[in-house]
Design a protein around this ligand. Structure first.
Ligand SMILES: CC(C)(COP(=O)(O)OP(=O)(O)OC[C@H]1O[C@@H](n2cnc3c(N)ncnc32)[C@H](O)[C@@H]1OP(=O)(O)O)[C@@H](O)C(=O)NCCC(=O)NCCS
Length: 151
């Protein structure tokens, strides 16, 4: 059973079938997907979530669904992605996060990322967690900087 994490304002929880629609809507938003190759089709989004769930089953942790406690609304994902593509720093666990556009600008990504990083170092006892993004993804870079500092 994957552990559920809780912050002041967010739940990082396991996925529910009902999340799939909002997940697909977020992945189809060109603004959210600006720094990726392209927005995802519904089929691509389903495949991505299937892989997330498979990795969760394999490792016992991974990428959580992020829920706003106040509203109970699914707003995106955050967690640890196992990256195996060839690079000097792989294989490695990467901190990853993506929020629906309406959930930006509230500090949620940083709050979730910090919790996922703490979990990664403390529970599975990872020795290293990496982060990466496109050079121009200023918002993501800001989250990285904040997530590695003490709150
Ligand atoms: C990357 C992403 C998650 C960042 O979201 P974000 O909302 O900008 O990030 P944070 O959660 O750290 O929020 C910071 C903002 O919240 C504001 N904020 C409001 N209340 C806050 C609070 N209580 N605590 C902290 N920040 C708060 C900050 O002022 C800041 O706003 P600003 O950017 O307008 O100055 C989001 O842009 C996204 O999903 N992008 C698409 C996916 C993506 O690129 N993912 C990363 C791939 S590597």
């Amino acid at each position: 059973m994957s552990p559920m994490l809780r912050t002041d304002r967010l739940l990082l929880r396991s996925w529910r079938p009902a999340d799939r629609q909002a997940f697909a809507r977020m992945n189809a938003d060109p603004e959210v997907m600006d720094f990726f190759v392209a927005p995802l089709t519904r089929e691509e989004s389903e495949g991505f979530l299937d892989r997330i769930e498979a990795r969760f089953a394999e490792h016992g942790f991974g990428v959580w669904a992020v829920e706003e406690i106040n509203t109970g609304e699914f707003i995106g994902f955050a967690g640890l992605l196992h990256q195996t593509f060839e690079a000097s720093f792989t294989p490695a666990f990467e901190i990853g996060y993506r929020l629906a556009r309406h959930a930006w600008g509230q500090g949620y990504a940083t709050e979730a990322a910090r919790e996922a990083v703490s979990f990664g170092f403390e529970r599975p006892g990872l020795g290293e967690i990496v982060s990466m993004t496109a050079v121009g993804n200023v918002r993501s870079r800001a989250v990285m900087d904040k997530a590695r500092d003490d709150p």
